[in-house]
Design a protein around this ligand. Structure first.
Ligand code: ZN
Length: 678
């Protein structure tokens, strides 16, 4: 059941907070209930749904203007603020009802023309529906319960049984002007109605206040929920993560099939998995009953999860890699047929989206979401889970029969969505799962920040928890605190990476620690310790990740922070240089052995970077012993310029992007002939 989460005190706090900024209580409470709605995944999910409020604003002349404030695109109801509700002049919008037709492009244009603030985001595509309903506050959701009812063949009698005349039914029409007109007519013809069910789409409620509309929304949704709960067996909730024994093999084969069948050289495949027993049981049942390609619970889901999931049956899983590839091949060819068939009937040319699936139903196992980033994969997984729940409920009440074929295509290839596609620019390392060790040090921090800016999904590992927490990394950087010399921990960590994201694309093995002593005097334990950190930790990660790269066929890459010590020894740095020169050899050996899998292995020799190893104190001491200033010492190279951590980070990015380079080491030291490579 959906909880009514209106709390008077919270509502009053919103009113007070907005009052201080001179904003009316109508709008304050509009923001408040929008957030209540947005933060319940059984009402709306990931940016779905929209809300509005009709009110008045003062123009530059002090005259009152009637406006509608409606959710803007790019905002999520769960976290929305007032700027997420662009205000539009109401009268000109209402005048549009006189028109017979209005194209999507004209609709977007006329909406923008009537914005009070031209800097506002685009108002929702369902703005006109909100505007045409003659109520102060309007809420629109895609609730699981309502969708379960909206997608069965004959919901009318059931709706009447539950609601009498208080909920009216709107036939399926794609969102836009025509839907807005018809929905408004139906609402007018049913003056006793307190809401609308949009067939195969969702739910609208309204009220004189935010509170009234919200409480109707909850009440109506729960009446439907109750009707279903008497009929279906309990749907299991998502359980805690738990690895199944064949998990890694399955994920690796799925990923390999994506890489084998991709037209791009190294596509980004981030995986999020739901292995909840309840969802898994429902999927299995739908597969057995052949309900695998009926469509999606509400049309805009098709944009996220495509018209159907890729179904991996137990027998395909058992038959191995070739069978999985063949199964994916047939999904792709079905998708291309669907695209060719319906794009030929479209009135403008369409750009085909990636034909590979976004959702996998794995029989006997669970559900997988696939995205170009962690966030996207998670959104896809969540929406796909909701779809499974809707299918189960609808099937218990007459069958799941959502919009299909051309209607699905029209939504997936909507001109408004296609134009967004043309505008989007992709970052060079977008979605690449990148592991950076020694991440909280000066060079590590610069690497993490550079890779994040380049679009990578960075997992920052450091032994120093405090430094990691104070690193100032963005919220999307995953921080992991452990010792990379601990074998068991590292092994578990790699398994976790497979579980959490489906694997890894780039290793930046950066960890290092300086050991100073004349070699002749060094304790063997210290030398061994130096090898543990400066060589074996790199080797262990390279070995485990190399195995994973080969299994998944993802043409990953490995980058190592070596040191100029590897080729140009410095006094008292023998215990550091020995493992570093071994590390440089490792780069070459791995490049040789892994090249045929498309795995690239490269390194960087950096020198004289301000960091934990090269402290201000140490710099001052070295400079003094050479009779120069700290600045002179730091820029003592051929270019006479200090080398900074960011220059090293940039070189790692550059190596990443050099598609035909492996077994290579770049010097980032401002020029030093003694340390230069042949
Ligand atoms: Zn909708």
């Amino acid at each position: 059941m959906i909880e009514d989460r209106w709390v008077d005190k919270d509502a009053n706090d919103f009113v007070k907070r907005y009052q201080e900024k001179g904003i009316s209580s109508d709008l304050a409470l509009r923001v408040y209930t929008s957030r209540l709605i947005g933060s319940d995944p059984d009402l709306v999910m990931h940016g779905g749904g929209n809300t509005s409020c009709k009110t008045e604003v003062e123009d530059l002349f002090g005259d009152k203007q009637k406006v509608i404030c409606v959710k803007g695109s790019g905002w999520d109801l769960a976290t929305i603020e007032l700027p997420g509700f662009p205000a539009l002049k109401l009268e000109p919008l209402l005048n549009l009802r006189k028109l017979e037709m209005l194209s999507d492009k004209d609709m977007v244009n006329v909406q923008r023309m009537n914005l009070i603030n031209q800097a506002s985001p685009n108002p929702s595509i369902e703005t006109l529906l909100h505007a045409f309903l003659p109520h102060k506050v309007v809420d629109h959701t895609h609730a699981t319960a309502i969708l379960s009812l909206a997608n069965i063949p004959e919901p009318k009698a059931i709706l009447h049984e539950i609601f009498g005349d208080s909920l009216a039914l709107v036939p399926y029409i794609m969102p836009g002007f025509s839907l807005a007109k018809i929905a408004a007519e139906i609402a007018e013809n049913n003056p006793q109605a307190k809401g609308l069910v949009l067939l195969k789409h969702g739910h609208f409620t309204w009220g004189k206040s935010a509170k009234e509309s919200y409480s109707r929304l909850i009440e109506q949704t729960n009446l439907v929920e109750k009707w279903f709960s008497d009929r279906r067996r309990k749907i299991g909730r998502r359980s805690k993560k738990g690895l199944k024994s064949n998990y890694r093999l399955l994920i690796s084969r799925i990923k390999k099939s994506f890489f084998d069948l991709s037209e791009e050289p190294a596509p980004t495949v981030v995986i999020k998995t739901c292995i909840d027993d309840g969802i898994s049981a429902q999927i299995d049942k739908h597969i057995v009953n052949g309900i695998t390609d009926r469509g999606v619970a509400t049309p805009d889901h098709v944009i996220r999860i495509k018209p159907k999931p890729w179904v991996l049956t137990k027998s395909t899983q058992r038959a191995g890699q070739k069978a999985i590839n063949d199964s994916l091949k047939s999904y792709i060819s079905d998708y291309k047929n669907y695209f060719n068939k319906w794009s030929a009937k479209a009135d403008e040319s369409k750009i085909m989206l990636d034909p590979k699936p976004k959702v996998i139903w794995v029989e006997g196992f669970g559900l997988i979401g696939i995205g170009g980033s962690i966030k996207e994969a998670k959104i896809i997984m969540d929406i796909a889970i909701q779809n499974v729940s809707v299918i189960t409920a609808s099937e218990s009440a007459g069958g799941f029969h959502p919009v299909k074929n051309q209607d699905l295509f029209d939504m997936e290839y909507w001109s408004l969505e296609q134009s967004k596609l043309k505008k989007s620019i992709s970052l060079p390392l977008k979605g690449k799962i990148t592991l950076v060790t020694g991440a909280a040090g000066a060079i590590g921090t610069a690497i993490v920040n550079s890779f994040t800016e380049a679009g990578a999904e960075v997992i920052a590992v450091d032994i120093n928890k405090r430094k990691l927490e104070q690193s100032g990394f963005g919220a999307n950087v995953q921080k992991r605190n452990f010792d990379v010399t601990d074998e068991k921990t590292v092994e578990n960590f790699i398994e976790d990476l497979v579980h959490d994201f489906g694997g890894i694309d780039i290793l930046v093995s950066n960890v290092g620690a300086a050991f100073q002593s004349p070699l002749i005097e060094i304790e063997m334990d210290d030398l061994r310790r130096s090898f543990e950190i400066n060589f074996f930790s790199h080797f262990r990660l390279a070995k485990l990740i190399g195995q994973l790269f080969i299994e998944q066929g993802n043409k990953g890459q490995m980058l190592f922070n070596i040191s100029k010590q590897a080729v140009n020894p410095g006094y008292n740095f023998g215990a550091y240089g020995l493992p570093k020169s071994t590390l440089m050899f490792l780069v070459k050996q791995l490049a040789l052995e892994l090249g045929s899998y498309g795995i690239r292995v490269n390194g960087i020799n950096a020198d004289r970077i301000r960091s934990g190893m090269l402290t201000e104190e140490f710099i001052a001491e070295r400079a003094k012993s050479r009779g120069m200033s700290a600045e002179q010492y730091m820029s003592g190279n051929l270019l006479n310029e200090e080398v900074e951590a960011r220059h090293v980070a940039k070189a790692f990015i550059d190596l990443c992007l050099l598609e035909r380079t492996t077994g290579h080491v770049i010097s980032v030291d401002g020029g030093n002939i003694e340390a230069s490579l042949r």
